[in-house]
Write a protein that binds this ligand. Structure first.
Ligand code: GLN
Length: 191
């Protein structure tokens, strides 16, 4: 099983390190030609969602990747990646969408730009690192809420799409990546 990591901008390298720890093969998607390699799941990393959205279109990655996602390819978006998967974006543009939810960009404001906390993800305590993070302000009935902290939804899943407002790849905890790998067909079925 192989996971592709979108690597046009942002914090993609840490995802690779996390997948190494879990024994999952991976490679980076930087240009259209990279899409020729087979992959069973996709990670959309943190970074700047507006820049990623533009680069995806400029590099002609948007349409083929959207087709794969709409066709059921498992995808995991962290932080900016969550924004790329939201059907509604407060303070930004919709990108791939597919999750019936609203994401508010830079939701924590300047004061709380970066912080770390611990909260349950799918019932298991995990460390969460937030960096100029969004949170989910509204979620439709098809969206399964996987984590909340400070009264806000910070992780959710809808079908083949998983999104976290925080960066699990910047911690030592492999829980969220392991959950995604199960979604993508590695190991036991996802909890
Ligand atoms: N603030 C960024 C955005 O709106 C997300 C930050 C991140 O990915 N760490 O796209």
């Amino acid at each position: 099983m192989t996971i592709a990591i979108l690597a046009v901008q942002g914090a993609f390298a840490e995802h690779g390190a996390m997948l190494d720890r879990l024994g999952a093969a991976h490679f980076e998607i930087r240009q259209k030609a990279d899409l020729a390699r087979p992959f069973d799941g996709l990670i959309l990393p943190g970074g700047e969602s507006t820049v990623m959205n533009k680069l995806l279109r400029d590099l002609e990655l948007f349409a083929p990747l959207k087709e794969r996602l709409d066709g059921g390819l498992p995808v995991f978006g962290t932080c900016a990646g969550l924004i790329l998967l939201a059907d509604r974006v407060e303070g930004g543009e919709r990108c791939f969408g597919g999750m019936d939810m609203a994401a508010r960009r830079n939701a924590y404001g300047r004061q709380l730009g970066s912080f770390r906390t611990d909260a349950p993800f799918a019932g298991r305590m995990v460390p969460m690192v937030f960096i100029r993070a969004p949170y989910i302000t509204q979620a439709g009935p098809e969206v399964e809420i996987l984590a909340e902290t400070g009264g806000h939804i910070v992780a959710a899943r809808q079908g083949n799409r998983l999104a976290t407002a925080f960066h699990p790849e910047l911690t030592e905890d492999t829980t969220v990546h392991a959950y995604f790998l199960k979604m993508a067909g590695m190991g036991e079925p996802a909890i």
